[in-house]
Design a protein around this ligand. Structure first.
Ligand code: S3P
Length: 441
């Protein structure tokens, strides 16, 4: 099977109700926390994507077994620090920064040396952000200049730390929170706001954790070494996957969509705030709280006129994975859109800020950049007819999704490579598009 697709026609108008893939962040956390619980946890609606399957394979290699039964994943934990290692081993996080950073937090007491590796993209990403706090705890870590491979060996002499997390990275915050589970005493994290799924899941598990929130900082206090029981958890839909269908609908004439049961946690819905400020009129219905997380159905209709935005950087963290697709809306909007302080985009699966700008220029959009601030000159009449090929050297799933939505809404003849990258987060992506009438070969 070839690993590229062709799109040569815009999608025709549609009226659809869809379910997108389950949330990747929550899926990975549920697997890792189940591996530390006492007893058999049951996870339903787990995202069956490569990143999450790598999390399952990893806990198995660390001695925690699981089976799939009746559509649910049953994970047999042995409590905190319950990884059962007889020798030094190698674990592979594949493409997943979240898995790689979070697992290190759970290895702070391991008796053996564990080598963590990843794919080509992950091997280019910076681990100093987690190596620094883990070293403060007293853990022994060797790395290749702060890149993978990393070798970690735990210790029984861990010190609880007070740590200022200034990046606004949920991966860093969560790595420290998971390390705190195995550390005696009180760990305190003063964390710049970022997605709070780990906090909510620990609260759901009745783990002793306290969050004191102020405007910019969450002070997280965690007491270590408290065992928690196995749990049942159902994973909601992923707003980061829904994002591509929201934009597809906004930019396709006479269309509407309902996306069912999506996680709309406040720390994740920056895209909805940004697009609504641009005039998108996206509505949330049937809101409910499930396992401590807020879920809703998302209603979107096409919009003839969208306006540019001066995007406040306080929204950056809650939209960090969505800026690529937000840029596409800015390209079609009336006026100039401004985004600031987007350096973290270049720390993702690929250098997404650089690639996003290149992509906009490829489709004929003027972009100005000063350091990590950009201005996008929107063109509501943008319509393409030329040939485009997207290479996607680092196989970044979100570059693949962006390219498909651009091709389906702007026209032109597109060859889009690395179709398999969709398996990282959203294996059903092309299938859903086809049921909506997209012509993809
Ligand atoms: C994630 C956090 C974000 C995000 C990533 C998933 C998580 O990364 O970009 O896709 O699940 O914690 P950072 O925390 O490094 O910003």
């Amino acid at each position: 099977m070839p690993n590229h697709i062709f799109i040569r026609e815009k999608i025709k108008n549609f009226k659809k109700k869809i379910i997108v893939s389950s949330d990747k962040s929550i899926s990975i956390r549920s697997v890792l926390l189940a591996s530390q619980a006492v007893g058999i946890s049951e996870i339903s609606n787990l995202l069956e994507s490569e990143d999450v399957m790598n999390a399952l394979k990893m806990i198995k290699k660390l001695g925690v077994n699981y089976i799939k039964q009746g559509g649910k994943y049953k994970i047999q934990g042995f409590g905190l620090n319950g990884f059962n290692l007889k020798k030094n081993i190698v674990i592979n996080a594949g493409n997943s920064g979240t898995l790689a950073r979070l697992i290190l937090g759970l290895l702070v007491r391991s008796k053996h040396k564990i080598k963590l590796i990843g794919d080509k993209s992950l091997s280019k990403r910076d681990f100093y952000r987690v190596i620094k706090p883990l070293k403060l705890l007293g853990v022994n870590i060797e790395s290749n200049n702060n890149l993978l491979p990393i070798k970690i060996s735990g210790t029984d002499f861990l010190r609880p730390i007070i740590y200022d997390e200034n990046i606004g990275s949920a991966q860093v915050k969560s790595c420290i929170m998971l390390s705190a589970l195995n550390t005696p005493g009180l760990t305190i994290i003063n964390s710049k706001k970022s997605r709070n799924h780990t906090e909510l899941m620990l609260k759901f598990l009745k783990y002793p954790i306290e969050i004191r929130s102020s405007k910019k900082i969450d002070k997280i206090l965690i007491r270590g070494q408290k065992q928690f029981e196995a749990f049942k958890y159902k994973i909601p839909g992923d707003i980061s996957s829904a994002a591509f269908f929201i934009v597809l609908t906004l930019l396709t004439e006479r269309s509407q969509i309902i996306i069912k049961n999506v996680n709309v946690n406040k720390t994740r819905i920056g895209i909805l705030t940004i697009l609504n400020k641009m005039g998108a009129g996206i509505i949330l219905k049937n809101k409910k709280i499930y396992n401590g997380e807020e879920i809703a159905d998302i209603f979107v209709k096409s919009k003839k006129e969208l306006n540019g935005i001066d995007c406040p950087s306080k929204l950056n963290s809650s939209a960090i994975d969505e800026f690529l697709i937000i840029f596409l809306v800015a390209a079609k909007a009336k006026g100039i859109s401004k985004f600031k302080d987007l350096g973290e985009m270049n720390k993702k699966e690929s250098k997404r800020l650089d690639i996003g700008i290149k992509f906009l220029r490829l489709i004929g959009i003027k972009v100005e950049r000063i350091k990590n601030d950009i201005k996008i000159y929107g063109n509501p009449k943008l319509n393409l007819s030329k040939n485009y090929e997207i290479k996607n050297f680092l196989k970044d799933h979100r570059i693949f999704f962006l390219s498909c939505i651009a091709a389906l809404t702007l026209g032109g003849n597109w060859k889009i490579n690395d179709k398999n990258s969709a398996n990282t987060s959203f294996p059903n992506f092309l299938k859903i598009l086809k049921t909506m009438g997209a012509k993809i070969s």
